[in-house]
Design a protein around this ligand. Structure first.
Ligand code: PBG
Length: 323
């Protein structure tokens, strides 16, 4: 009789035969930085996650270095927003300032990444600029993304996270970076990014003012083949890393992308995934730490070798204690 249980008999046997292992360096911590000074501000819908300020950011970088994670992804929370997202391209805009502060604090010890998208900076809350009739204007937005990329690269971002889901955004940003002499700045493409209810708490985190939804640019959750197509296009356009987002409800897409990708594959365990586990655990309905480890490992098992998670520091610490 076949007895697969033989390999599960002892902790040592299970450790020996484990198929997937996570390393702290594969984890990336998303970090929110708000305009203004002073202490970090808690985010109600994401217990344990805060909006940092430029004052508290260096310590957050130091904590990330100490935890041994791979990098951080910066998001800006500006005080003022306008129709074209001027704050995104202003060298003194909050995100560009945060990049400068983080890059200096890190001094090369972890990778500094920045979200490249206009939604945090526009008063209408969309990821791009609008036409007169109120539609998101793909090609006009690409020009804004090019300027934003240059501002971020100048500030010292090493990887730009293109999360706006505009067609042609990877090629447009690559061209602009290369023309400006930033040929070593990498592009992480949010390739298969779905219009998802699981981004709910993030809107709180960045104080987004979006009315309506993003379904004319983010993908329909019913589509897998289209997710693979988006990843193929980004690979052709020169993406250095491709990403699937959210993670847990899209593990099939992630596995498909990982199978065909010739570059590293990332996945983003988003705010709603975080909030669900925290809320259930706070109610005593699930074992928090076990649920976190299971969820993060499932993303690794499905094919991501880079995982964005709000638990990055905690998971990294657990991994160091127990391999
Ligand atoms: C867009 C962006 C979003 C997230 C990351 N980048 C929001 C959106 O597309 O609506 C969501 C991240 C999360 O929910 O944790 N700048």
């Amino acid at each position: 009789m076949d007895r697969p249980r033989r390999l599960r008999t002892t902790p040592a046997m299970r450790a020996l035969t484990r198929e997937t292992r996570l390393h702290p360096r594969e984890l990336v911590l998303p970090v929110f930085v708000r305009e203004g000074h002073g202490a970090p501000v808690p985010i109600g819908s994401m217990p344990g996650v805060v909006q940092h300020t430029l004052d508290s950011l260096p310590a957050a970088v130091e904590d990330s270095v100490a935890a041994g994670i791979g990098g951080i992804m910066l998001f800006g929370v500006p005080e003022h927003r306008d129709a074209v997202g001027t704050g995104a391209t202003d060298p003194d805009g909050i995100l560009n300032q945060a990049i400068r502060v983080a890059a200096q604090a890190s001094a090369g010890r972890i990778v500094i990444m920045a979200d490249l998208c206009l939604d945090e900076f526009t008063d209408h809350g969309h990821c791009g600029v609008l036409t007169e009739s109120g539609e998101v204007d793909n090609d006009a937005t690409l020009v804004r993304y090019q300027d934003m990329a240059l501002a971020q690269a100048d500030a010292g971002a090493e990887i730009l996270g293109l999360s706006g889901m505009m067609d042609g955004q990877v090629a447009a940003v690559r061209d602009a970076l290369d023309d400006a002499g930033h040929s070593n700045t990498s592009i992480l493409a949010y390739s298969a990014k779905y219009a998802s209810a699981f981004y709910g708490p993030f809107r709180d985190a960045v104080e987004s003012t979006l009315d309506g939804d993003r379904r004319t640019y983010q993908m329909d959750y019913a589509n897998r083949t289209e997710g693979l197509r988006e990843a193929d296009l980004d690979l052709l356009e020169g993406a250095d890393i491709v990403m699937v987002k959210p993670a847990m409800s899209y593990l099939d897409v992630l596995a498909g992308v990982a199978e065909r990708s010739s570059v590293p594959v990332a996945a983003y365990q988003v705010s709603g995934e975080y909030a669900m586990i925290e809320a259930a655990a706070a109610n005593g309905w699930i074992n928090r730490d076990a649920a976190i480890m299971e969820s993060v490992h499932s993303i690794r098992r499905a094919g991501a070798t880079i995982i964005f998670t709000y638990w990055a520091l905690e998971v990294a610490t657990w991994l160091k204690d127990n391999t």
